[in-house]
Ligand binder design. Structure first.
Ligand code: NI
Length: 293
């Protein structure tokens, strides 16, 4: 989602692990994030420039908060490469590789070769994030380019036997139509799901998982609240899409993987479950769709 900063891929600077872990535990304790459960942030952007100075601390704070695994998504070839570097640098970090719809361009054979080579990496767990964005892109030729690139990357995912993580903003009908036509047999996640209950049923019928994040905790979340109330819990994933859209009560701050707990708490409240129940189920879901060890 980081349209304004997507190209600013930044190097990470490893620090003294013990120092980082101590700081993280202290700050997580002060935020009230400690607890005996395990969560997966299934969609995050640690390649974003907003994490330039503190990837190590961010990962340590996540771990201290019970967020033991993170899936770090690529938006471009550059950020996909960086996602793989980070996935090898930190335990519990996995990478998505792919080109985001806001970066739409005709894909070349060289792009396919690069993505295919990366797909062999054991830390790469999906093609993502890919999809359609009609909120930022209004002109029809660029939307058509997005659709072609989306279909192209679905094809690639099928060939590479990888699931896909899909960005669908204001493009529910076309996303659904393309998945029905071109996505047969490809495990898929609709990340940051923002459609209606009716549309959710259609995606669920196709076998998709739905990811929810910060907006679920916002006051105007009625539509997504209904989706979470109605949908089968074994298809739900929690995520942050950090660094943007921090959940309440962190709204307005830089979002980070440790905050996925607030999303899970909201799910627990809506479903009348404990946080531990939601953590157990959503973590099992994440392991199932992304094949996490
Ligand atoms: Ni994203």
């Amino acid at each position: 989602m980081a349209q304004e900063t997507r190209d600013n891929v930044v190097p990470f600077t490893p620090k003294n692990e013990r120092e980082v872990a101590k700081d993280a535990t202290e700050s997580v304790t002060s935020m009230g994030l400690m607890g005996a459960f395990e969560l997966v942030d299934t969609h995050t952007h640690l390649n974003d420039a907003k994490f330039a100075d503190d990837v190590a601390d961010t990962v340590a704070r996540a771990r201290a908060a019970g967020v033991t695994r993170l899936i770090n998504m690529g938006d471009t070839l550059e950020s996909s490469a960086q996602a793989i570097v980070l996935a090898h640098a930190y335990d519990g970090l996995y990478a998505g590789i792919g080109i985001h719809p806001e970066e739409a361009r005709p894909l070349t054979a060289a792009d396919d070769e690069q993505l295919s080579a990366w797909a062999q990496d054991e830390r790469v767990v999906c093609i993502g994030e890919i999809g359609l964005d009609y909120y930022w892109v209004k002109d029809e030729p660029t939307r058509e380019l997005q659709r072609r690139m989306f279909i192209h990357q679905l094809d690639l995912a099928r060939q590479l036997h990888l699931p896909v993580c899909i960005h669908d903003r204001d493009a529910h009908a076309d996303t659904l139509a393309i998945l029905k036509r071109e996505g047969q047999g490809i495990p898929a996640v609709l990340h940051c799901y923002s459609g209606s209950v009716e549309m959710a049923r259609e995606f669920l019928r196709l076998g998709c998982y739905l990811g929810v994040d910060g907006p679920l905790t916002f006051k105007n979340a009625a539509k997504t609240v209904n989706v979470v109330r109605e949908m089968p819990l074994d298809r739900l994933l929690v995520e942050t899409d950090a660094p943007y859209m921090a959940p309440v009560p962190m709204r307005g701050r830089r979002n980070e993987p440790a905050f996925v707990r607030f999303v899970a708490e909201k799910v627990a409240e809506l479903r009348g479950l404990t946080l531990a129940d939601v953590a157990r189920q959503t973590t099992a879901n994440a392991c199932a769709i992304y094949g996490l060890a």
